[in-house]
Design a binder for this molecule. Structure first.
Ligand SMILES: [Zn+2]
Length: 170
């Protein structure tokens, strides 16, 4: 759709499978936009579970209610969602789905455009909320790696990423 020329997390997933011999990969995407490219690449592929939390309705318009299947879990959240909504969705949907999938590797599409001060979207996740999201991602599988995705407030992004890295490392 124009934001990304190469789907880094999809390349990483295939690299892990082909070059490192890992079998099952879960991609957890908390970027505020639905990852329509990632969904497209892996839909119907039982070796990769794609989980996305995103603002909906919102650009790019995909990932709405009723669009999940065996390889995709779409969790559309309304504009104005805060830490409590994200962490509830994580507890009630993301954690059970990833645990049931039993991934060898979890890749996180770590976008920060759901932050309350991001200019593109209308979510209200705080910096501490991202720390907790990262902390929970780190316990989703035996190996976890994250790729930086969206985030459009260059004044807040450095602190957000640093805080999330603290969360990832426990
Ligand atoms: Zn985004």
């Amino acid at each position: 759709m124009g934001f990304c020329l190469v789907n880094n997390v999809a390349v990483a997933a295939r690299y892990a499978q082909i070059e490192r011999g890992l079998g099952r990969i879960a991609v957890v995407d908390f970027d505020v936009h639905h990852g329509n490219g990632t969904e497209d690449i892996f839909r119907g592929d039982g070796s990769v579970l794609y989980v996305s939390l995103h603002q909906w309705p919102f650009y790019p318009g995909t990932g709405g209610p009723g669009t999940s299947d065996d390889s995709t879990l779409n969790l559309p959240l309304p504009a104005g969602s805060r830490d409590v909504e994200y962490l509830s969705a994580f507890r009630d949907a993301v954690e059970p789905a990833v645990a049931a999938f039993e991934p060898d590797l979890v890749l996180v599409s770590a976008g920060f455009d759901a932050h309350v001060e991001d200019p593109l979207a209308l979510m209200e996740v705080t910096t501490e909320g991202f720390r907790e999201l990262a902390r929970r991602c780190a316990s989703l599988g035996p190996r976890v790696a994250a790729v930086l995705e969206g985030g459009y407030n260059l004044d807040t992004l450095p602190d957000l990423v640093a805080t999330a890295l603290e969360g990832f490392s426990g």
